[in-house]
Structure formats: C-alpha cells, structure tokens
Design a protein around this ligand. Structure first.
Ligand code: ZN
Length: 680
C-alpha cells in the first residue's frame, strides 16, 4: 500500500495518522472509492470486506445495530445547534419541491449549502466550527419557501413569513451564532457558542451548577452533565436529560427498539449484558448505569462484533462535559489485530520506560486492549466524517480500574489511502527526494503504527495525582490529552524496542513519521483553516503545539529547520535524535500538567504554541494546496444493508450494497430515520 499523506492531513476528529490493515479482498476496479467533491469536502465510499463471511446471526446482529445507529442522527443535529433540524427540514423540502431551472446558480448554491449542512450535521463547519456562509440569497429562499404546500415545520398554523423571520438571521446573518464551539480565552464560552447544550445559562452558572454537584473525595465519579442539556427556566438551573420520556425521547425510543432486537441475537452472554445495560441507561438516563455499561462494554473482548452507541465524545461542548451522540458498528479484523495485540501485550514495558516522572506513571497498566476493526456503519458524530482510531470509555477512573478498548478502523483507512493514491501532495510539500523516499518506503507502516501507539498506549498511560479534578484543565483538557497520546507514540516510534518487537523493519523507519508529523503540524494541516482564523479544534491544536514546540526548542541546534527553496517553505529535520529528545521532554511536561491539573501551564502551552497561525505561511500553504485541487476534509457514505425475511418474520439473509449516492443517502436518512420535532 502506498503511503497516503493526504490521510494524515485530511481526516477526522481522531486522525493522527493512518492505520494499516489487510487490504480488502475485493480490490476490483469496479469499486469506486470516490463519490463526489464539493466545497472543501470529498465524499468517499468504504468497503466492508469480510461481511459475507460472517454467520447469518452475526449479520443479523450488525443489521439491528446499524438501524439503532441510524436512528440517532437527528439528535446530533439538534445538539449542534437549536435551529439545525428546522433549517435542514426546510431546505430539504425546498430542494425536493423545487420546480425551477436546476442549473440556476442560486439553486446550485443552495444545493451545495444543503450538502454542507448534511455533512456538518448542522449549519457550522464540522471541523472549523464557523458558520457556513450560504452562496444564495435570502430572497431566493423566501420565494421557494413561499412555494411550499405543506409548511408544518415547528408549530401548527405557522406562516412562511414567521418561519423566515425565525431562521433567516440564523442562516444569513454572520453575527448570529457565528461559532458552534468557541474556545477563545476570556470570553463566556457558553454564551458565545451556538451548540445546543445549554439554554439560558452563563458559563459561570453552569460551572457553579456542576461544582456544587461534584464531590472531590469521590473516587468513582459519574461523568457529570454528560447526557443532558442544562437550562435556566423561571430562574432555576436544571438538567433536561436525554432519555426515554426525556429530551430526544422520539429518537431514543427507536434506538432502544433496535437495540432490543440486537440483544436477542447477541453473540454471547457478555455481549447480551452490555446491550441490556445500554437499554437500561437509555430508559433511566442514570449516569451510574452508564458507568456500569461502560465497564461491561470494556470487558467484552471476545465478541467478534462490537459497537459504540450513545453520548460519547465531549469535543462539541466548550466546557467539555456534554457528549454528542455517535455510533459505530464494527467487527474485528482478525489478521490485522495481531499487530495491535503485540503492542498491548507490552504495555507495561512502555509505561515503565517512558521519560515521564515516576510519580505520574501507572504502577500497573490495566487492560489495554487493542484491535483493528472493520466498520460496518458510521453514524451520528462519526458520520460522514469519521475517526480512524477510537479509544473508549472516556471516564478516567474506569480507564484506571478497568482499562479501555482501543481500535483502529482498517477499512476506513484503506479507503483514504486508495482515494489519495497519486494525488501529488508529497511532491508539493516534502522537501527533497531523501524525505520522499523515506515516506515512500516506510510511511504507511509508521503512520499506522503511530495511530496504534496513540490509541493503545498513549491515552491509557500515566495517572492523575490523588485529589486532582479530571476536568481541571477545562477548555485546554482535550488538547493536552491528545498531545499526551501523540507524544507517547512519537517518542516510542524511535525506540529500538519497536524493531526488536518486529513492529518496525529497521532503525531508519521512524524518520518517516517524524518528517510527516512535523511537516503536518508546522505547515500542511493549515490547509484546513480559513485565512485569518486561528486553530480551534483540539487535535489540530495538539499537532501544532508539538511541532511548534519542538521546532522552537530545537532551533538553537538547528534540529528542525524551515527552509525556503524556490519561494516555497519546507520543513527539514537535520537531527532526528535531538528531535526525539525534545519529544521526550515535552511528553514529561505534558504528563506533569495532566497529572497535577496545572491549568496555567496548560493555558501557556496551548495559547503559546497551538492556537496562532503565521498569516504569511498560511497564505503560502493554501495557495500551494489549492493548485493540487484536493479537498481538505473527507467523509463517507455508508453501505446499505438489506434484511430479507421468511413468512414467520425471521431474518433469512442480510446483504450489503454500495451503490447509494451522497444526497440520495442523506435524503433517505432524513425520511426514514427522522423522529424528532424541528425544535427541541
Ligand atoms: Zn486521541
């Protein structure tokens, strides 16, 4: 497999590199990985190799879990912004009802906007967080809304006029809800963020609400606020819990319906208990039950099929407490999993030999399990843009006492790689033939390995000092956590232990990862940032933090250079060993910050290295990238699963197909899996 740098630069929330795996069996040329391209997005397709070889019962299980996954879609739209569902439904109605010229510029711009709204699960850019600027006029939309026959979008008797008044400022006025998640230091992060996790409360009120709830002596705290919206009504602040009979009940009831079907065909008792506990959690909304579920889930290691389904990641909340809904259904890739098992079997050795201060290390690394999986369906916050590696659960004490499950998604990475083949990226941005040869020879392998180390070891390493609040780094917590995992991986990439374990072929290989990582962190990831903007997203912040810090500290010895050649800037590493030493130093410091909850040091590092962009360099990178005509972000359409039944209603077969297009899929999902009201 050819190294795809594109996959490194352009991916998804958890993308730090790409993951190697067995190629799909079916590499026939009739499978097209590319679906379409618009705005800054490219839509790809992924295959599900091995699905046909599963037993009927396993296929049935995947089918039910997939249905449960798809039913959560509207939840995410609503979480991402109060008016997202209303706007999506309005636009879809207009789009499908449109009688005019389908080549008219205004219509095409509206279509593109709608495609972007689908992609972002809302009106803000999925990654940059800024509101998407529509390329069509309010007049156009107003006329088309006027042409609609059925107009029941949020309340009985509502007029087109009222609808426009409500949603037009949200769509068209750049000053209204400009950012989904604002992390600007010093501002009220809740009032300035458009996400729908809080209504009517200030940051101070929210922090006070949860501070009162927290008990510092509790060694097994629940994930406070994880599954609710915090609202202030009649001067009282309270949580509206997402559960059956609570907020989002219309969607959650459907999720539960399919989960129960899945429970009935579970592979074994352990898995059955996992699903049953999840159903209990959806029914009660009790976060203690959620922790019990997470513990059962982390111990389910023998099942071939696995899933994520629920309120999981907290990147979408400026305070990092409330979790967006996501789902991933998958099954284990047996062959590729051997590599990650080798890493986890040696987890204690890696922990013991890291450059971190002894007091911050785990005496005993527990249950670092790792596997390579084949995704069968992506949903919620993992669709259409997805992670290629996942490490869960997120609760610190559960990770400490029960371990965590770490996966890399083989078939997704494979699709990235295949789609990126020969796109000219390396030729443009890599300094010389020497580096290109390194990347060509080792890049695939090292990229995959770095992801594995990040997920299997990085996130699971280290410990908090007694009494330290896991949320004490607040808005900087996510960046620091990702930096910790990346640094742990980078540090060990250069360790002879990896050659000894036969994970790397020789002592040169790691250099490919150092090249691509620093180039990405210092330069090429900037292709994702609009001119004039800072870096907001925590994985991107983490990469720039590491690359800038290493560059600045290594400057004196010329360890890393930013070279100008033919009026272009390149990142060149002159002293790889020195770079590794610096990576070790930063890892030790970042772990200290995490372990002691040193908020000020976290702020200093993040604000000092991770946020600001050199406008001159940014401009150059954007113009070089533009010439390649590549999309900086990618997402996927899902395969379509169809179950056939006998006369008694038993499933007799489940087939998978790959023909569905992007907008067809989005419109179908909106039609078949939409239960929530337009405003919640
Ligand atoms: Zn991570």
């Amino acid at each position: 497999m050819r190294k795809s740098l594109l996959a490194m630069v352009i991916g998804s929330t958890l993308l730090s590199a790409c993951s190697e795996t067995k190629s799909p069996q079916n590499t026939a040329t009739d499978f097209s990985y590319t679906v379409e391209q618009f705005a800054d997005l490219q839509i790809l397709r992924y295959q599900v190799p091995g699905f046909e070889d599963l037993s009927l019962k396993q296929k049935e299980l995947i089918y039910y879990l997939s249905e449960a996954a798809l039913w959560g879609r509207d939840i995410l739209f609503d979480q991402n912004g109060k008016y997202n569902l209303l706007i999506r439904k309005t636009l879809e109605a207009v789009y499908q009802n449109y009688q005019g010229d389908k080549k008219a510029p205004e219509f095409l711009k509206m279509e593109e906007y709608l495609k972007r709204v689908w992609f972002s699960s809302g009106i803000h850019h999925h990654y940059g967080m800024d509101k998407i600027t529509p390329g069509f006029s309010p007049e156009f939309l107003k006329t088309e809304i006027g042409n609609l026959e059925n107009l029941l979008f949020y309340k009985e008797g509502q007029t087109a006029e009222e609808l426009c008044e409500l949603i037009f400022p949200v769509i068209f006025d750049p000053k209204v809800m400009p950012k989904r998640v604002n992390q600007a230091d010093g501002e009220d992060l809740i009032l300035t963020s458009a996400c729908n996790y809080y209504q009517g409360v200030t940051q101070k009120e929210a922090e006070a609400f949860y501070a009162k709830m927290k008990d510092a002596s509790d060694e097994t705290p629940i994930s406070y606020g994880l599954n609710s919206r915090l609202v202030k009504e009649h001067n009282t602040v309270e949580e509206k819990v997402w559960k059956v009979d609570g907020l989002y009940t219309e969607a959650i009831e459907n999720v539960v319906y399919w989960l129960k079907k899945a429970e009935a065909v579970a592979e074994n008792e352990t898995q059955k208990a996992v699903i049953s506990k999840l159903v209990e959690f959806y029914n009660t909304g009790d976060l203690k039950t959620f922790d019990e579920y997470a513990i059962l889930w982390v111990k389910d290691l023998d099942s071939r099929i696995d899933f994520v389904n629920g309120f999981t990641e907290t990147y979408g909340d400026p305070l990092g407490m409330k979790a967006s809904w996501e789902s991933l259904v998958n099954f284990k890739d047996m062959e590729a999993t051997r590599r990650t098992e080798l890493i986890s079997n040696n987890a204690q050795w890696f922990e013991d030999h890291s450059p971190v201060d002894k007091q911050f290390k785990k005496e005993e690394v527990k249950g670092v399990s790792a596997k390579v999986i084949t995704a069968a369906i992506l949903a919620g916050d993992l669709y259409p843009a997805t992670a290629i590696g996942i490490n869960l659960p997120n609760s610190n004490w559960i990770r400490g006492q029960h371990g965590s499950k770490s996966v890399t998604i083989g078939n997704i990475t494979d699709a990235y790689n295949k789609a990126a083949h020969g796109n000219g990226f390396n030729e443009e941005f890599v300094y010389s033939d020497v580096e290109r040869a390194l990347i060509e020879k080792y890049g695939d392998l090292t990229g995959n390995l770095h992801t594995d180390l990040h997920e299997c070891l990085g996130h699971g390493s280290g410990k908090l000092m007694p009494g330290v609040d896991p949320d004490s780094l607040k808005a900087y917590g996510a960046t620091i956590e990702e930096a910790r995992a990346d640094l742990f991986g980078l540090y060990y990439m250069a360790d002879p232990k990896l050659v000894e374990l036969t994970l790397l072929p020789d002592a040169e290989a790691y250099k490919a990862e150092y090249c691509t990582y620093l180039m990405n962190g210092l330069m090429t990831q900037l292709v994702r940032i609009e001119p004039g903007n800072n870096i907001e997203e925590s994985h991107m912040r983490n990469r720039q933090l590491i690359a800038r810090w290493v560059y600045e500290k290594g400057k004196a010895d010329n360890a890393v250079e930013m070279v100008r050649k033919d009026e272009k800037t390149y990142v060149v590493i002159n002293d790889y060993e020195k770079v590794r030493t610096l990576i070790g130093q930063l890892l030790a410091e970042i772990q200290r910050i995490k372990s002691t909850g040193d908020f000020n040091a976290a702020r200093e590092l993040v604000e000092g290295y991770a946020v600001k962009v050199d406008p001159q360099l940014h401009k150059e990178v954007l113009s070089r990238y533009k010439k390649l005509n590549l999309s900086p972000y990618k997402g996927f359409v899902n395969p379509v699963y169809k179950a056939s039944y006998d006369d008694e209603g038993n499933v007799i077969d489940v087939t998978v197909s790959y023909e569905e297009g992007y907008k067809e899929q989005m419109l179908r999902y909106s039609k078949e899996y939409s239960a929530l009201p337009s405003l919640n």
